[in-house]
Design a protein around this ligand. Sequence first.
Ligand code: ZN
Ligand code: ZN
Length: 349
Amino acid sequence: MERLRRFACLTKKGCSEIMEGLIPELGPHDVLIRNTACNICTTDYGQWLGLREHQGYPMVGGHEGCGVIEKTGEEVTTCAAGDFVGINVYKGCGTCAHCRKGEFSQCVNPPKLITEDGYLGEFGFATHAVWDEYSVIQMNPRLEPGCANFLEPLATVVKGLKKLRLAPFETVAVIGGGTMGMLNALEARALGTRVIVSELNPKKLETARKIGFETIDSGQKDPVKGIRELTGGKEADAVIVAVGAAQANEQAFEMVKNIDGRILQFAAGYPAPVTQIDWNSIHYRRLELIGTYGADAEDFTDAAMMLNTGIVDVSELVEPKRYPLTEMQKAFEAAATPGMYRVCVECQK
Ligand SMILES: [Zn+2]
Ligand SMILES: [Zn+2]
């Protein structure tokens, strides 16, 4: 019996339309997920704004979602109907050197996410999605759906912080108190560090304080000075750059400790930030400049554990107002408003 699903499709810049299409047939290792909710990522509303149009149309995006398994393919053994799950959205070819190590996010020949009827994307902004059982991650059903949706973004943070090698009692400066900055801050604190958040938006500063972080209002005070004051001149052992802006990169070089400091470049900026760096300083100061992007299988498992146990509580990072899928256009407008944390779309409404 053929069944239809409803989804929000980006047909061009600024234009999200509600459409219907067939639910694909399940392969032996596929599962049908009845999507509960999906958060709007910067990548999603960036394309809606016309900033990331290289992603293509027609786009049914949404990779920060959760749902309940409705049906499983004949040979599925690792999950069952009724399970509350999130998705590891990175798919690999399975055979390249990265895939063989489980690093699907770095696959050199990733399969294109495209349906038989020609729609691109992960189908988070849809009533139903089909994934294979290997992409399914078990989530705690007691988690509020808007919070369970943080699996993928937190996995990318976990990946970056493993590369940054934070040790307990270290001091970490996070530049940028947006969703990803705060997520980095929460995870860094969970690892036993002292976290100081630098931000200029008053709403974000207030949220950072509410969650219990030390803050620097970078609109009022030079954040480099702020870090020196708060650390008694010692500066930060590590700096996480969570804004895509040249000024943030320059600040990171100044606020990280003079010798053996580490800088994690977490954010991308559009257009790409360009700075002048004195490369001798990397040599003499023995600085480490660390880049990160994406997340791999183990990072998803670790991120799920952090969320499922409540060690990382992201409830302050979801906007309280929820949008039904049928009002996707309004949801995009809200998500693209400066100062917003994640906007959550309810997929069955
Ligand atoms: Zn995302
Ligand atoms: Zn591959």
